[in-house]
Every structure is written in C-alpha cells, then in structure tokens.
Ligand binder design. Structure first.
Ligand code: NAP
Length: 493
C-alpha cells in the first residue's frame, strides 16, 4: 500500500514541535531534567521525547498563570477575540502538518485528524465571536428602592486537563472560552498525545497570546502534578475531560477549596433503531457514531438497540460496511481505521468481545486479531448480545458494534436508560411523534435524532448522570469561565 506521508515529512513535523514545558511564555526543560516518550501506536516506536513535569514545574506554571491573570482580565475583549481569530486562521493554514502530527501520535487516519483539527479550530472561531458578547444587566428592584447591576467577570486562573482521544479539540474547547473570558490557565494534556497541544501552544504564542496566560505541563505523573495545584486554591476553576473514575477523584480534590468544576466524563451511548426508521439513514448514522475515531470517543455508540422488525436487515448492512473498512497505519492512503491508542486499550476490547461471546453473542464479522506491530483491532459486529455482557455496561472504546434486539418501545427506552452514564443517546425513527416522545424520555445531555454526529462548537456539549457537569461550546460554553457579580445600588434620597 502506498505511503501518503514520506518519512521526511514525518520527521519534520515531529522535529518542529517544541518538546519542553511551556511556562510563563518560555519553553523549558523539567526542573528534574526528566523526559517521557511519545510513541506511534501504529508501530509502537518512539517518535520523540518531551519534558516530563514534576510537582515543582506544576507550581511554577500555576505561579506564571497567577501573575498573568489580572492584566489578561483587563485586556479588551476585542483583543482577546482577535488572538483567537488569528489562532484559528493559523491552525487552518497549517492543517496538513498538524494532521500528520496528530495521526503519528494518536493513530487516527489523516482524514479524521483533519476533521478533528477543523473542529478544534472552530472552537477558537466561535469563542473569538463570543468574547465580545459577554453581557450583564441592570434592573429595578421589585420595591423600587434599589437597583441591581449584574456583571460577568472571568472566573480566574483555570486548570484544564484533557484526554488523548481528541488531542487538540478537547483542548480548544476549554482554552477557547478561557481566553475569551479573560482567564489564564495551566493545561495538562494526556501524556500519550502531548504533541498536538504543544503545537497549539506554539501557535497561540506566535499570534500574540500574552506570556503566562497559557502554561502547558506535560507529565507522566498526572496526579502528583495536578493535585497540589487543585488543592492550592489560587486556581479557581477545574475543567476536566476524561474518565468518570478520575473525574470523581478530581471533584473530591476540588471540593477542598470549592473550585468551580466542569466535568466531561465517560459515556455509554445507546443507539436506538425503530422499525419505522429509514434503514440507510440509520446505517449511515451508525457508522459515524460507531467508527469516528475508531470508536475511541465518549460519544461512540456503545449499544445498538434495534427493534425486531428491522434488526436482521440492519445487522446485515452494518456487518457488510464494517467488514469492508480498510485497517492500517493512519498515514497510509485509503486507510479508514487506525490502531487503538495502546496495548491496554486493545486488550480491553479483546476481553470485552470474548466476554460477550462467552455469554452468547454471535460474531457477524471481525473479532479476530490483526497481526504485526501496533495496536490494531478489526471492525467487529456482534449480534444477540445479552444485556448482561460487560460491553453493555462498560465503554468499549474500540471498533465493535454490539447489537441487541427489543420488541416494544418501552423496552427499548428502558434498556437505553439502564446505565449510570448519560452523555448522548442516538435515536432513529421516521415517526415524528415517537421521535419527540422518545427524545424526552432518554436520559442524556444530548440526543442524536436521525444523525450519528452531535458534536458542534456552536452547540452545548455535555452529559447528565455520571457523564458529567457543565457544558462546553455553544453560547453557554463561556459561562463556565465567568462569575456573575451583582452590585446592589442604594437609591434612597
Ligand atoms: P483518563 O484516564 O481519565 O485521563 C484523562 C486525563 O486525565 C489525562 O490527561 C490523564 O493524564 C489525566 N489524569 C489521569 N489521572 C489523573 C489524576 N489522578 N489527576 C489528574 N489528572 C489525571 O481518561 P482517558 O482514558 O485518557 O480518556 C478516555 C475517557 O475520556 C473516556 O472515559 C471518555 O469517555 C472520556 N472522554 C469524555 C469526553 C466528554 O466530552 N465527555 C470527551 C473525550 C473523552 P495521563 O493520560 O497523562 O495519565
């Protein structure tokens, strides 16, 4: 298979990325001199080493953010917006190199990396426009004796923690509104995929973000570096995207100094297909909801719940589509499915599929290992999946479609809601009454109605139940980074 990116290009994009910690506007080595390896999940080979922050570096980053906070809060909103706008334009101008870099460190096919980078940049464009729309209010008290002045102010220094599955977009979704609102920040990217975040920081620096506003601490000791920062109290906001287990731990730490928190946590998305669905539309939506990012997405369809009348046709079509997908290194031409992020992620998928088959599921396609280096898993379709199988309760985070049949609407809705998660639910039906009725009954922060994609920078993204707190994106996204202050104005003579 021809290789669409040359080794020269690959070496160049990796060499171009700063590998230090970004603190106070300077790239520097960790105080200990330690480094960590960034590996290519398609080959298992090391791409480069980056500085590995320790608690001392974390504290230096926090101090730099604290120092930058007041001046940044005072910067004109239009100027903050224009920084974001310039960053958006620079990212889009460099999308080819940034996509190659992302594919190398994370594995997704180049086309998907470009999709993520566009999505990531759009958060900057959106929040560039929101920066100048922060408003307040003025009102007469009901008894007429006083006036209320309501204003919005930046929440202060923020701690932002992001996962490896969308290495740039999960960052811009937080960094964009933080800059728009006037907050300085310390960002901790996932240790497996720090390069996209480093490249983003270099762009923000280049387009004029004041020094100290953005600080990046890449580390192999996430807890050791971040816990003292969370407990310190000078940062006033913690925004986290990652697993529910870690999110719960961070909420407990944040409670000590009562930090504002936003938690974008795990999902277990049901994908409901009713007999009255448009089959082709449902299959298209299913491929998108399942296979975006190789299934390594919090929004990934985890459980396909299909009504009996359409179940066989749906399973046959999905199996055909999944079986035809081209698996390989994300940099190669024509590849549609890259490797999973690491051996642990791949082994978990193997285990979940084995458990489902042991409990009675039927393999329609896939479920066999892929030889060679890298952490590949073949797209898989399972039918007759019993509701007790582990993959109906745990995030699969891989290219496995697990199908369970239901008969009545109530049964389908009950099965969909039978989870502690509540991020997104997908629903396919051509019956408008059912569409609205079931949408209301599904316990999720987001519903994909006849679509397999809900993510959009202009829409409020987030979950209920154990999928999280708060919303990112949309017009509410900036509110997470603002405090409301009310001034009571005496009006007596
Ligand atoms: P994770 O293990 O929770 O890690 C997420 C981030 O938290 C990483 O940067 C990680 O650092 C850091 N971290 C881990 N332990 C920490 C600690 N004790 N203190 C502070 N930071 C800590 O999750 P993941 O496996 O990387 O990401 C996948 C999860 O994210 C899935 O559950 C997925 O559903 C969820 N997710 C949710 C959304 C959403 O918007 N709701 C979006 C994307 C992903 P290291 O990686 O360096 O250990």
């Amino acid at each position: 298979m021809p290789n669409s990116s040359s080794h020269v290009d690959e070496a160049r994009v990796v060499d171009d990325v700063p590998t230090g910690l970004f603190i106070g506007g300077e790239w520097r080595a960790a105080a200990s001199g330690a480094t960590l390896n960034v590996d290519d999940p398609a080959t298992g080979k090391t791409l480069c080493e980056v500085s590995n922050a320790g608690p001392e570096d974390g504290m230096a980053a926090l101090a730099a953010a604290v120092e930058a906070q007041a001046a940044f809060a005072a910067m004109a909103p239009r100027d903050r917006g224009e920084i974001l706008r310039r960053a958006y334009e620079t990212i889009m101008a460099r999308i080819d190199d940034l996509a190659l870099l992302m594919t190398l460190e994370m594995g997704k096919p180049i086309a998907e990396s470009k999709g993520e980078i566009t999505y990531a940049a759009e958060f900057f464009r959106w929040f560039a426009e929101e920066a100048v729309r922060i408003d307040g209010g003025y009102a007469v008290a009901p008894n007429g004796a006083s006036r209320f002045l309501v204003q919005k102010q930046p929440v202060g220094v923020c701690l932002l923690i992001t996962p490896w599955n969308f290495p740039m977009a999960m960052g811009t979704r937080k960094i964009g509104p933080a800059i728009a609102a006037g907050c300085a920040m310390v960002v901790k990217p996932a240790q497996q995929t720090p390069l996209s975040m480093h490249a983003l920081a270099a762009i923000l620096d280049e387009v004029g973000l004041p020094k100290g506003v953005l600080n990046i601490v890449t580390t192999a000791d996430a807890g050791g570096v971040m816990e003292p920062l969370i407990r310190d109290g000078r940062a006033r906001k913690l925004s986290f995207t990652g697993s529910t287990a870690v999110g719960k731990k961070l909420l407990e730490q944040a409670s000590e100094k009562v930090l504002r928190t936003s938690m974008e946590l795990g999902g277990n998305a049901p994908f409901l297909v009713f007999d009255d669905a448009d089959l082709d539309k449902a299959v298209e939506g299913a491929m998108l909801a399942k296979m975006r990012n190789m299934g390594e997405a919090c929004t990934a369809a985890n459980r396909f719940l299909v009504q009996r009348g359409i179940a066989d046709a749906f399973a046959a079509k999905i199996a055909e589509r999944m079986g035809a997908l081209v698996v390989g290194r994300g940099t190669d031409d024509g590849v549609q499915v890259g490797p999973l992020v690491d051996a642990k992620g791949r082994d978990k998928v193997v285990e979940l599929v084995r458990d489902a088959v042991d409990k009675g599921a039927t393999v329609k396609v896939g479920a066999d290992p892929v030889d060679g280096p890298g952490y590949f898993y073949r797209p898989t379709v399972l039918t007759d999946v019993p509701l007790g199988a582990r993959l109906t309760h745990e995030e699969i985070f891989g290219p496995v479609a697990a199908i369970t049949v239901f008969d009545e609407e109530d049964q389908g809705v009950a099965a969909a809601n039978d989870t502690e998660f509540g991020l997104v639910s997908y629903l396919f039906t051509e019956n408008i009454t059912r569409a609205l009725r079931v949408s209301e009954r599904l316990e999720a922060g987001m519903i994909g109605l006849n679509t397999g994609l809900v993510s959009n920078p202009a829409a409020p993204f987030g979950g209920i139940k154990e999928s999280g707190l708060g919303r990112e994106g949309g017009s509410v996204g900036i509110e997470e980074f603002l405090e409301t202050k009310y001034v009571a104005i005496g009006f007596g003579g």
